[in-house]
Design a protein around this ligand. Structure first.
Ligand code: HEC
Length: 467
């Protein structure tokens, strides 16, 4: 008993006493969880590529990681697990904290992980259909975002089955998200709809910074995918954040097909929860109050395999919850978002297909905060609707009829996610940021003494300059 107590009492101290360093402990976290957005030329305003970047922003990194703001992943992963989760666990958060408390040591740079590289190309091969929006100049102002939809004829004269979808942002620094839908009521020309949060049609893919292409599972037994009917349009909804006025973009979406007439297990997408839009009655959010919302769908008729959920609210959304209750009263957690952020739209792919038995009911709830705040200084009555300053309460699901074994199929395609990292190290022009003695104490340049020269790419050289 005494021994156990001893261990309990001392384990937190033991963790604190561990001395995390940049090369072994911090760089692996930043390379894997932050750089996909925080590389130079990436979407985030701040580059975190080097040791110098990390130490000059150490306090802020510590703050945004312990508050959960970064990396931005809205779904609560204690509630349900997803493919391509990008979150930090408690150990990683406390490692960052301890590193900052211990004075941001560099460590042995020969132990740095390989520097990841970022490119616009994937391992999917040549696209079978590439749709590009006309060059568009962002209408976002210094304090309002631009949401715009494009509907573009696919030009397909036959139905095609899709095995993968990829979005290539034209201007990575201003494309905050892209929603991709198939509109089977095609037209012969491209249309542009301003102030449009969601493109018309069946939503099949969402891109946000750091997203990987969507590759539907396929093996010798079944090919999953979606179908683009002949003569459909491809509809894209883009979000350009405030402050991007006048910047140009020409984003593309690429589709990769199965061979003609492949018999696929077709993934459908539907708004299971969609309050406030016709045919349902509108809802209203009075000013200066918090309003709760709830809704349900079902009972569902056949056993269903769920692939993804896309939760959606606008600017006043505060939190969201969605789960299924089976006929035997089991609860299946689907998604919980504790702090909604409309800037980070995305679909969450479950780790594996989730089986929802026939007879289940899907329940959803959420709250809207229409009280005064920095973002909403003068609250007014807000009603449901499609415009940015209206509100929505939506959960879109991708699903198909269940077949035995679906619940064992992993939805994360490892060949896609790992391909983004572990590529050759780019060469930087490094610059000197610090000189220390062999004890790690800062010093000026001295002759005839061994000193450590620390560079902003994280490398360290031991040198003696002889005079
Ligand atoms: C999916 C893209 C993405 C990922 C991944 C990401 N960030 Fe960010 N980060 C952003 C963007 C974009 C901003 C700019 C502010 C905003 O739009 O929210 C930002 C802002 C920041 C800021 C500045 C906050 C401020 O108030 O100015 C810090 C610090 C930061 N991120 C650290 C991190 C760290 C550390 C990680 C990894 C643990 C990380 N980010 C992962 C996109 C990302």
């Amino acid at each position: 008993m005494k021994n156990i107590l001893f261990l309990f009492l001392f384990s937190p101290l033991f963790i604190l006493a561990q001395n995390p360093n940049y090369s072994e402990d911090i760089a692996p976290i930043i390379y894997n969880k932050c750089l996909q957005c925080h590389h130079s030329g990436g979407i985030a305003p701040l580059s975190l590529e080097t040791y110098a970047d990390a130490i000059s922003n150490a306090g802020m990194i510590q703050h945004v990681t312990s508050s959960g703001e970064m990396p931005p992943f809205l779904a609560d992963t204690l509630y349900q697990e997803y493919a391509y989760e990008n979150t930090l666990n408690i150990d990683e958060i406390s490692t960052i904290l301890n590193w900052v408390l211990n004075g941001v040591p560099l460590g042995d740079t020969s132990l740095l992980p390989p520097f990841p590289s970022f490119s616009n190309s994937s391992n999917l091969g040549l696209a079978d259909l590439e749709i590009t929006i006309p060059v568009y100049s962002s209408n976002a102002t210094s304090n309002s975002d631009d949401y715009v939809c494009f509907s573009i004829p696919s030009g397909l004269t036959q139905d095609r089955q899709v095995r993968a979808i990829e979005v290539i942002p034209g201007n990575i620094q201003i494309v905050h998200h892209v929603l991709v839908s198939i509109d089977e009521f095609g037209s012969s020309s491209t249309t542009i709809t301003p102030n449009c949060m969601a493109p018309f049609g069946d939503q099949v893919y969402t891109y946000a910074p750091g997203s990987v292409p969507l590759q539907f599972p396929n093996d010798s037994l079944s090919q999953f995918g979606i179908e683009i009917p002949a003569n459909s349009n491809i509809a894209l909804g883009l979000h350009y954040p405030e402050g991007t006025f006048g910047q140009l973009d020409s984003t593309k979406v690429r589709f990769y097909f199965y061979p003609q007439n492949t018999n696929i297990r077709e993934i459908k997408s539907e708004y299971f929860i969609n309050e406030g839009l016709p045919p349902y009655p509108p809802f209203f959010l009075p000013p200066n109050q918090i309003t709760a919302m709830s809704s349900s769908y079902g009972p569902i008729i056949n056993d269903m395999s769920l692939m993804s959920v896309f939760p959606h609210m606008h600017l006043l959304g505060a939190d969201m919850l969605c789960y299924a209750v089976t006929p035997t009263n089991d609860t299946i957690n689907l998604i919980r978002i504790n702090k909604w952020d409309f800037e980070w739209q995305g679909a969450y792919l479950f780790e594996k297909f989730l089986k929802i038995p026939a007879g289940s009911i899907i329940y959803a709830s959420g709250t809207y905060d229409n009280t005064a705040s920095i973002n909403n200084p003068n609250p007014v009555l807000v009603n449901s609707g499609l415009n940015t300053d209206d509100e929505m309460f939506v959960f879109i699901f991708q699903f198909l009829d269940y077949q035995l074994g679906d619940e064992n199929i992993l939805l994360e395609n490892t060949s896609v996610s790992t391909d983004i990292f572990n590529l050759p190290t780019p060469i930087f022009n490094k610059s000197l940021i610090n000189i220390t003695n062999l004890m790690g104490q800062k010093t000026n340049k001295k002759y005839n003494k061994p000193l450590l020269y620390i560079y902003d790419d994280g490398s360290v050289e031991k040198k003696i300059i002889v005079k």
